[in-house]
Write a protein that binds this ligand. Structure first.
Ligand SMILES: Nc1ncnc2c1ncn2[C@@H]1O[C@H](COP(=O)(O)OP(=O)(O)OP(=O)(O)O)[C@@H](O)[C@H]1O
Length: 615
């Protein structure tokens, strides 16, 4: 990472250009240099601290962002956000109308329009700033809620936003830690190593000599979140009450989930605690590294971490140049995730390639612990139950465990959902389990969930996203990589070593044997199942009686007959009065109405007579 400044007395913070930003994610040989720097500790950090900074208010594209300031006007945000929502609703309405397009509504054209809308949404979210960038990134995991084009476009939402000034960095550190940068750090690089929507990362050195990075939060972020989330609550309520969009969707629940995640992300003390827990979970493993937190230099908006550089896991050329085995790294990545999920129940919920690096010994370094997922032991038990259900292609068991997991909200009629799950099990289980791709499985699941009156909870979608992202990372490193293959021994170990809820596979089998035994002595299994389904309301019994039908039809016919009689009488009386008053034309029209009502009455009477004569 180059650290340079043209004017040491008054250097200005340059926003990272798209080229520089892209450079970070492309295979980059300079990463190897970075590793050498780690071993020799000869990187240069400017000794003198800059005094004046000019806040860069333009983005990489040269565009000024209205949100990039310390103070926000509630009214302005209200107008900007509602303008976006109204435009979105208008665009959506227009895009679904065939008459507005001369070219017609072929599927390809519809998809192209949806794609154009998705691109516009992504760009506008970037314009609307950090809250919306983060929400867009969160929604990019929700293929159960949004169509594929939108999810794909949102997943490209990278927070390439302007860095904020060194002056602002210095003020935040002084306000939060009560000391100036000079007092706290021997040196401090004014140019950020990375700048994202929520904060930026600077290299620094402590007076005790330790190399560190300082993560500083964007000024005014909490205020912006407060304003935006309040406005969004109003919008969410509107959507929830909308007759079409609110149907079957818990938008308020989704809003609450987003709020929880966003507030957790802006608390750097929480991120520090997460980093510590994560390191503790891997303390026995020398192949996973987590930067140490310097708690004396930490606050909700400032986090000082051990400097731990490495080659980004997606920089394949640099990895090869450093003599690292890509296949092995792919396995390690998957192993690290299975360890987190199955052993610890605490996992990194954002494993994009920018957050994982490799050190010279081939160990994995994890960054950014702002978004973590947690799976409680009881949830793990249910997950295992789901696993058994999938293995046995038992749709009932899968749905039941998913309900217990909170992954499915029980609906009045679970029949269609159960049938969809069973259909998926019958189809995707055609292939052996280890040949499945996580991406394909989650796509199937989301396809089932989309348009159904249930939603997956955030944890579940995080796990699926973490797995599919990781699968992508693994396949990039090693085209033959198969996540399921790596997962299988882990799952088998869990099932057989007593960690499983029921004490292992043998216990599970004996439990099932006992169950079968009980059923054999009692009612046949199918009757039991049917009674279960009846109790759950999955089976609807339709009782039809011809006699009741006949009576109902007759009652309804008699009702109609009364109406026609009334109409015919009213029209006849009116026509007579009009005739007496010499209003011949109107009288004629009303008389025709009276005749029509009379004919309808006669036809109805004949129909009723036919019904009565039917056996
Ligand atoms: N301890 C560290 N040592 C070396 N580099 C680090 C360290 N922590 C972070 N970085 C670098 O800074 C980048 C951004 O860090 P991090 O992801 O924690 O910030 P962020 O503001 O949460 O960014 P984003 O929202 O994009 O994930 C990392 O990708 C990594 O290159």
């Amino acid at each position: 990472m180059s650290v340079s400044s043209n004017d040491s007395s008054s250097p200005s913070v340059e926003p990272v250009t798209p080229e520089q930003s892209e450079q970070r994610d492309r295979p980059n040989l300079s990463d190897v240099t970075e590793l050498k720097a780690l071993s020799s500790a000869d990187h240069r950090i400017p000794e003198s601290l800059p005094r004046r900074r000019k806040p860069p208010e333009v983005s990489y594209s040269g565009k000024a962002y209205r949100w990039n300031r310390e103070k926000y006007s509630r009214q302005r945000r209200f107008i900007d956000i509602w303008a976006f929502v109204l435009k979105l609703m208008g665009a959506r309405w227009l895009y679904t109308k065939s008459w507005s397009y001369r070219g017609g509504v072929s599927d390809a054209k519809k998809a192209a329009r949806r794609q154009a809308l998705a691109i516009w949404i992504r760009e506008t979210l970037l314009d609307l700033g950090p809250t919306f960038i983060k929400i867009g990134q969160l929604f990019s995991t929700r293929a159960d809620l949004f169509a594929a084009e939108f999810v794909e476009e949102l997943s490209k939402l990278q927070d390439r936003v302007p860095a904020f000034s060194y002056e602002q960095v210095a003020t935040i550190i002084q306000q939060d830690l009560g000391k100036s940068i000079e007092e706290l750090y021997r040196s401090f690089d004014p140019i950020p190593l990375a700048a994202a929507s929520l904060g930026q990362v600077h290299r620094a050195q402590l007076h005790s000599g330790e190399e560190v990075v300082v993560k500083v939060q964007r000024p005014g972020l909490r205020k912006l979140f407060e304003i935006d989330l309040q406005i969004l609550k109003g919008i969410t309520r509107y959507f929830q009450n909308h007759p079409e969009w609110g149907k079957g969707r818990d938008w308020l629940g989704i809003y609450e989930e987003c709020c929880k995640i966003l507030w957790e992300e802006v608390d750097y003390l929480n991120e520090g605690r997460n980093a510590d827990s994560f390191r503790r979970n891997f303390r026995g493993e020398d192949w996973v590294h987590v930067p140490r937190v310097y708690w004396r230099y930490a606050s909700p908006r400032v986090l000082t971490l051990e400097y731990m550089p490495g080659i980004k896991i997606s920089h394949y050329d640099a990895l090869e140049a450093a003599g690292l085995d890509r296949k092995e790294l792919a396995q390690l990545g998957a192993k690290a995730y299975l360890h987190q999920l199955l052993n610890d129940g605490f996992f990194h919920a954002d494993p994009h390639p920018g957050n994982i690096a490799v050190n010279p010994d081939g160990g994995l370094i994890f960054y950014d612990f702002g978004m973590m997922g947690q799976i409680k032991p009881v949830t793990r038990e249910k997950l295992l139950d789901t696993f058994f259900g999938i293995a046995q292609k038992d749709g009932d068991r899968v749905v039941k465990s998913l309900i217990e997991l909170g992954a499915l909200s029980p609906a009045d009629d679970m029949g269609p959902i159960r049938r969809s799950v069973q259909f998926m099990l019958d189809h995707f289980m055609d292939k052996p389990f280890e040949e499945q791709s996580v991406g394909a499985i989650s796509d199937d699941l989301y396809e089932i969930a989309y348009d159904q009156p249930f939603r997956f909870p955030a944890t579940f979608t995080f796990v699926m996203r973490a797995f599919s992202t990781l699968e992508g990372v693994g396949k990039g490193l090693d085209p033959d990589f198969n996540f399921m293959e790596v997962a299988k021994p882990f799952a088998m170990q869990l099932m057989t070593n007593g960690n499983s809820p029921d004490g292992g596979l043998l216990n599970e089998l004996s439990r099932q044997a006992a169950q079968v035994g009980t059923t054999a002595f009692g009612l046949p299994r199918r009757i039991e199942d049917t009674l279960d389904k009846l109790e759950r309301g999955d089976i609807r019994v339709r009782v039809r009686s011809t006699e009741t039908d006949r009576i109902l039809r007759r009652i309804s016919g008699v009702n109609m007959g009364t109406n026609y009689t009334l109409l015919a009488s009213a029209f006849t009386v009116s026509a007579t009065i009009l005739l007496v008053n010499h209003l011949y034309w109107i009288a004629g029209i009303v008389a025709v109405a009276a005749v029509v009502s009379g004919i309808a009455l006669i036809r109805l009477m004949m129909k009723l007579d036919r019904f009565d004569r039917m056996p």
